[in-house]
Design a protein around this ligand. Structure first.
Ligand code: PSU
Ligand code: MN
Length: 302
């Protein structure tokens, strides 16, 4: 076992007993949503995993330790301190670990740590991807590269509509990453159920997803699987409604000189402000929906 890894007793027991475990990330708590909704979301998501018959393992860097499964006190701290805590992708792990800092882990670093712990399923809101205008900015989330590295399936509501979804799918194809539409032929666009971009693979049950994961890894193919799960209908914001809001937020980000890892948190915050919280409610609903499916997939891997 990696010397920097700390498994919560409940998570260690579940893994040892070969019972289902679902990894969860901490950037969505510290940088993706405001307090106190972020804390309520984090607790509700853990509960949804439990209700689904699996053990939740929220992942974060705590005083330089790679923690898999957080206490209520630590969860509270990430929620309250929010953006004061460093957003940690894979490239940032050596620094925060060496300096014994706190770090909120993104999809990429959460996947890496989940793989170290032996967890195969992870639920998030939406993965990072290729940003619009990436031909000039080169802004392509490290999340995509991680899918080529870590053997973890990530349940996601497609990719955030703030991205260029066509290019995101192209990069995943180049990296050899299966993108599975769960009950859909169309890649979901986070706030909306469809993007107009077809998904290459469709699965209709958690058992089918689990079988695909097992086949991939049994063949010795390295890397993850994107399980694209559309937002529930009642929480959806139609693409036509959210599109102009996204345009406006991206425009503001450019004019304010926001770049690098600040882009995604800035856009999510502005969308929530402009929609008077509707995008936040949609975000919470889709994370819960993903947590339920992740638990179901984890059970089918047993
Ligand atoms: N999904 C959400 N909210 C978030 C994120 C995803 O619903 O805050 C975070 C994830 O941690 C993801 C990160 O890994 O945004 C992508 O950031 P970037 O584009 O800087 O790689
Ligand atoms: Mn980026």
């Amino acid at each position: 076992m990696n010397q920097y890894l700390d498994l919560a007793p409940e998570v260690a027991a579940a893994l040892k007993g070969k019972r289902p475990v679902v990894a969860l990330e901490s950037t969505i708590i510290a940088h993706g949503m405001p307090f106190p909704q972020n804390l309520e979301m984090a607790k509700a998501v853990e509960q949804a995993v439990r209700d689904g018959g699996a053990t939740p393992a929220t992942i974060a860097v705590v005083a330089g330790r790679l923690c898999v499964g957080l206490s209520d006190q630590v969860l509270q701290r990430f929620a309250e301190e929010g953006p004061q805590i460093v957003k940690v992708s894979v490239r940032d792990l050596p620094f925060v670990v060496a300096r014994k800092f706190m770090g909120a882990t993104t999809v990429a670093s959460t996947m890496r740590i989940a793989a170290m712990a032996g967890i195969q399923v992870f639920a998030t809101g939406g993965i990072g991807g290729v940003h619009r205008g990436a031909d000039k900015s080169f802004d392509i989330s490290a999340d995509l590269q991680e899918f080529a590295e870590s053997n973890v399936a990530v349940v996601t509501a497609g990719a955030k509509a703030i991205l260029d979804l066509g290019l995101t799918l192209e990069v995943l194809e180049s990296l050899g990453v299966p993108v599975v539409g769960f009950g859909t032929d169309d890649f979901p666009a986070f706030y909306s159920r469809a993007s107009g971009h077809p998904v290459p693979i469709r699965c209709n049950t958690a058992a089918e997803v689990a079988a695909l994961m097992q086949a991939k890894w049994a063949m010795g193919l390295k890397g993850g699987v994107v399980v694209a799960n559309p937002i529930p209908k009642k929480a959806e914001i139609p693409a036509g409604e959210i599109a102009p809001v996204i345009e406006r937020a991206i425009d503001e980000a450019e004019k304010s000189g926001i770049h690098g890892k600040e882009v995604t948190p800035f856009l999510l915050k502005r969308l929530a402000e402009i929609t008077s919280g509707r995008s936040l409610a949609a975000n919470i609903a889709l994370v819960l929906n993903n947590a339920r499916l992740a638990a179901e997939i984890a059970k089918n891997l047993q």
